[in-house]
Design a protein around this ligand. Structure first.
Ligand code: ADP
Ligand code: MG
Length: 264
């Protein structure tokens, strides 16, 4: 059965896109057929997977607004994952979708013919809680929340969790909040660890294992258009491989391994 996973946080710069690209590549390396979906008009996922948004003929925009078949917009990437790319056109999609009945279900409907083609579909949500993110959360079975391990960085988490609960009540009762993925983690300070324990307590949100360390390689990889998994020995790449294994085992029936379990 296909797992559709949304990666969401309305805060920018928390490593959503890096998580989608790296986790996707790591799941593909485990032998899964993976589709990644860029739902951000900035097209950062598209770019980081080696495609120039300005040179694409078709994108998720036409899939959402003009009934284009997703198969006709999907491109292959050098990372072993397929990509439903985004271009800046997607910035106009929110306004177009707002006029439509059932607007939150547009992506779910569009992806449904692909469910037999992929083991995992990972959706990179934009940094907002608008119609595009609602489409991502409505199309998904589960959601991961990348969280930067800094004191004030989790201020918006309550709002995001409220949105997830609303989606569970209104458009997607089966949506499972898997937990937070700690990103930009600095193991040398106890501060990161304290922040995570606090988040997990305050929001009753499991924090998944492992934390993704801050490494300079990530910045280099995104600048050169290659994902971090290219550097095999790098700690960040290894952390995403470990996270991929944790999730794959969970989907096969095991408990998720947590770093800071939510208190009961
Ligand atoms: P978002 O999609 O949430 O806006 P990105 O994935 O684009 O976040 O990451 C924001 C920036 O942080 C990018 O420049 C990216 O290369 C960098 N980055 C992401 N993860 C790490 C990491 N573990 N260590 C260092 N830099 C990182
Ligand atoms: Mg992003």
């Amino acid at each position: 059965m296909t797992t559709v996973l949304a990666v969401a946080n309305q805060k920018g710069g928390v490593a959503k896109t890096t998580t989608v690209a790296s986790l996707g590549a790591a799941l593909a390396a485990l032998g899964q057929r993976v589709l990644t979906v860029d739902l951000d008009p900035q097209g950062c996922l598209t770019f980081s997977l080696g495609h120039n948004p300005d040179r694409l003929e078709a994108s998720v925009h036409e899939v959402l607004t003009a009934d284009l078949r997703p198969q006709d917009a999907i491109v292959e990437t050098g990372e072993g994952v397929d990509l439903l790319p985004a271009t800046i056109d997607l910035a106009g999609a929110e306004a177009m979708l707002l006029m439509r009945p059932g607007r939150e279900f547009t992506l779910k409907r569009a992806l449904s013919p692909l469910l037999s083609e992929y083991d995992t579909i990972i959706i990179d949500c934009p940094p907002s809680l608008g119609v595009l993110t609602l489409n991502g959360l409505t199309a998904a079975q589960s959601v991961l929340v990348p969280l930067q391990c800094e004191t004030l960085a989790h201020r918006g988490v309550g709002q995001l969790l409220r949105t997830v609960r609303e989606v569970q009540q209104i458009t997607n009762p089966d949506l499972v909040l898997l937990g937070a993925v700690p990103t930009l983690y600095d193991a040398r300070t106890t501060h990161s660890r304290d922040v995570l324990a606090d988040v997990s307590d305050r929001y009753d949100l499991p924090v998944l294992w492992p934390p993704i360390p801050r490494t300079v390689r990530f910045a280099e990889a995104s600048a050169s258009g290659a994902t971090v998994l290219a550097g095999r020995k790098n700690k960040g790449a290894q952390a995403y491989r470990d996270l991929a294994e944790n999730l794959a085992k969970h989907w096969a029936g095991s408990e998720l391994v947590t770093f800071a379990p939510a208190v009961d």
